[in-house]
Design a protein around this ligand. Structure first.
Ligand code: UTP
Length: 462
């Protein structure tokens, strides 16, 4: 793209100001700005301008909402689905998708969040914990499980380097595929894109929903097809408890021939930041907690349970067919009012102290209403969900690390091993079990030496 092509398309979309400082830029800066402009998706920009003009979020469906039906395995039993899930794993039909393109702002950690060292004793990183779970499955089922990792422009190089330096944590690097998600500019209220500096548009990752188009654009759907995959397990980088490619979840999804499946758990409180699963206008969907009214959040049944009780923790299964179909459907955009560094009239970058701009993101759960058949499965929070979001307090490394150790302690207890605790019931030793050593109480029982005692810290490595 050259200057006059850029000018023509920008003018057409009311974005002429982007070239305001053109004459002050050197050749490298000019080339950088042109390549940013070339990569813009003007169809999306037009949609954003319309959204801003209309005052925000896309109009929500109007019908009344009721909680979506949830499958509970306690009620329905798990042996048939487990066999189906295991057969799909053995046949090499299952792949794993990890979204790791986020900026981890709340954690405030330099570097990709997956490189955060969380394991209680070895300090293994989140990426290592996840990768070892996949390795354990590959060994258990004598199969191959391709691992698709979505990064963003800001963390792609560091993520690839981390895997390369660590020998892909034992996984075959040929089956670990990285792909970069897209970005979206930020906007002034009047629909103009924000210049961060004279030669640079501000751009941020387009949300975990950006995965749909990125999978297509970066050749990942073609790769999945070529490998004969049918079913994709999806999760987020910040949850060390995740039960990756859990055969029972896979099995229920396959049994129902679902397009998309969602794992949910009971919310801790009305204000917990989880989207709830609902049926509205005959379609199942996830409604973000920010989009519920205070009345909807707090509504309770006569027995005291929350009416919208179940929250989605972004653990999904997709059929490959559905992902391919959804490519052309596209996902809606969600708006957030944020602080964005902005170039002033003199070309100086100013950091605002209050929100000054609109950023837009796509959310993967917005695919759910398009599923012809879907499934919502309940799981036990303490076994599968302890996210690392904040530096301290709730959902922090401290709570996630403690949740990991309590899960391991439950496995040990199921094997008859008593774990030392203080008078208030808190663990007095550290516990870490490598996923390759054991992935649940049964596999631990099969490996634990006879008469094993937990007198000090327990580290069981595969
Ligand atoms: P969060 O919404 O928790 O965002 O992402 P985050 O970037 O990790 O943290 P904050 O909000 O900046 O503090 C949930 C999951 O979605 C991924 C993240 O990497 C995480 O696994 N994600 C989020 C992306 O892959 N891309 C995005 O654009 C946003």
């Amino acid at each position: 793209m050259n200057y006059s092509e850029a000018k023509s398309i920008l003018d057409k979309h009311g974005q002429g100001h982007v070239l305001k400082f053109w004459d002050t830029l050197d050749a490298v800066q000019q080339a950088g700005l042109l390549s940013q402009i070339e990569a813009l998706d003007f169809k999306t920009i037009t949609a954003i301008q319309a959204l801003l003009k209309a005052g925000g979020e896309p109009a929500a469906p109007s019908g009344a909402m009721k909680p979506a039906p949830v499958v509970s395995l306690q009620a329905s039993g798990a042996s048939v689905p487990r066999a189906l899930g295991e057969a799909a794993l053995r046949a090499g039909q299952v792949g794993v998708i990890l979204v790791a393109g986020g900026q981890g702002t709340r954690l405030g950690y330099e570097g990709p969040k997956g490189t955060y060292r969380l394991a209680p004793i070895t300090q293994a990183s989140l990426f290592e914990i996840h990768s070892r779970k996949i390795l354990a499955l590959e060994r258990q089922y004598q199969t191959s499980i391709p691992f698709y990792i979505m990064t963003s422009e800001g963390n792609d190089a560091d993520t690839r380097k981390f895997f390369a330096e660590n020998g892909s944590f034992g996984l075959n690097p040929e089956r670990v595929k990285f792909f970069v998600q897209g970005t979206l500019p930020a906007f002034h209220q009047d629909g103009r894109m924000i210049l961060e500096s004279p030669g640079k548009l501000f751009a941020a990752p387009d949300g975990h929903g950006g995965i749909l188009s990125a999978l297509g654009r970066r050749g990942m759907l073609a790769d999945m097809t070529a490998r004969g995959l049918t079913t994709l397990y999806f999760f987020q980088v910040d949850n060390p408890l995740v039960d990756i490619a859990d055969p029972v979840f896979l099995g229920v999804h396959l049994q129902r021939r679902a397009d998309m499946a969602v794992k949910v758990c009971a919310k801790c409180s009305p204000d917990e930041g989880l989207g709830v699963t609902v049926v509205r206008d005959g379609r199942t969907s996830v409604v973000e907690y920010t989009e519920l009214t205070p009345e909807q959040k707090n509504e309770r049944l006569p027995d005291g349970e929350l009416f919208f009780k179940f929250g989605s923790v972004a653990i999904h299964i997709f059929s490959l067919e559905f992902l391919i179909r959804e490519l052309s459907a596209g996902l809606p955009l969600h708006q957030a009012h944020k602080k964005v560094p902005t170039c002033d009239d003199q070309g100086k970058t100013v950091k605002p102290d209050k929100p000054n701009a609109y950023k837009f993101e796509k959310f993967i759960f917005d695919a759910l209403p398009d599923a012809k058949e879907s499934l919502i499965l309940e799981f036990a929070r303490e076994d599968e969900f302890a996210p690392v979001k904040n530096a301290d307090g709730n959902d922090s490394p401290a709570t996630a690390g403690a949740a990991m150790m309590e899960k391991f302690a439950r496995w040990l207890a199921a094997c008859g091993v008593t774990v030392p605790r203080d008078s208030r019931g808190r663990l007095t030793v550290k516990i870490e079990i490598d996923p390759v050593y054991a992935h649940d109480a049964a596999s631990l029982a099969a490996r634990l030496p006879k008469g094993f005692q937990a007198t000090g810290d327990v580290l069981l490595k595969g």
